[in-house]
Design a protein around this ligand. Sequence first.
Ligand code: SF4
Length: 379
Amino acid sequence: VPAAPHSASGEQVATFDLSAVAPPARRARRWTPRRVVATPPAYDHPHGRRIMERLEAQGIEVERLRGPRLTGVRGESDRETYARAKNTMAIVVSPPSRRKLQPIAPSADWRFDLAEGCPAHCQYCYLAGSLSGPPVTRVYADLDDILDGLADYAGRGTITSPKPSRHHEGTTFEASCYTDPLAVEHLTGSWRRAVEHFGAWDAPVQLRWTTKFDDVDTFIGLAHHGRTRVRFSVNCLPVTTRFEGGTSRLGDRLAALRRLALDGYPVGLTIAPIMPIDDWRSMYGALIAGVAAAVDGVTGLDLTAELITHRFTPGSRDVLMGWYPRTRLEMNEETRTRKHGKFGAVKYVYPAPLMTEMRTWFEAEIARRLPGCRILYWT
Ligand code: SF4
């Protein structure tokens, strides 16, 4: 059991609540949007109507818009617009461009989307700079068409490295690039349907998503047939407690991981974004010890880890500084190495010697504490 760690600033940070590794007695964290709107094309889709019925059954009013344009989100200031958007959910039809899937190595062969936007408030959010406009959560009504369209991509792998260790998983489909699935599942039911779709699929395929939430009740007992790998996005406590507003507590995420693993799901860790905070070895050591406790005694455990260091682009930093002007997140270009990503975009990463030091430590520590865990990649 990890000892009570102290944060870089010396304040005491709560220890893992390892009692939470048992099935939780309390309710999982669930978001209730203040405003829900539906656009007219969404009513034409059975899943759009299902979402509306589900929300109304939960006592959430759905405002039916007259046209496809979402209005009433802009406030008097950027802060007000941000707050309004983060409290708004829109039921819409996915943009046609989303039907042509894009490769998404190293996470998966292909990405597809069932929603875009997320109600949480992570100060390093990956969506900053990726999505345009106010950060409204849009959920897609045309789920059945989206799932049917995936068949065209089965058998068409795109990951070239480190594919050999993942061949047995078949063609992999990532469903959390632009959202956090378990943040909105109780409002949509979309990912449960996706799990059933993949479970019934007669081909070597895998559905994947990553989450910072713990709402897994409706996934227990589904006919998943081992074709869905749920990864939990985790970090050391100083990072989760300081920078991940509105998400589930770390102990609750680990408890949810255990519940899915006991139900036969392949599971995973997305350790991200890794940051070399003060005393990072003992902080991340406590995290890995917490994971080891969470998976202790799980028969047939299939656990992977994806290790992603913190990075930012000039665009994402500007958006984040607008959303979280008082953040203590380190985004100093001078201490970073400038790199060119895909399509020439500039990003700032940690310098190579530090990356090597951290990578070596993580690989050794995971091998020591979680011997059955497969590391899929480090970036
Ligand atoms: Fe962004 Fe993920 Fe945090 Fe949601 S949970 S705010 S998508 S980083």
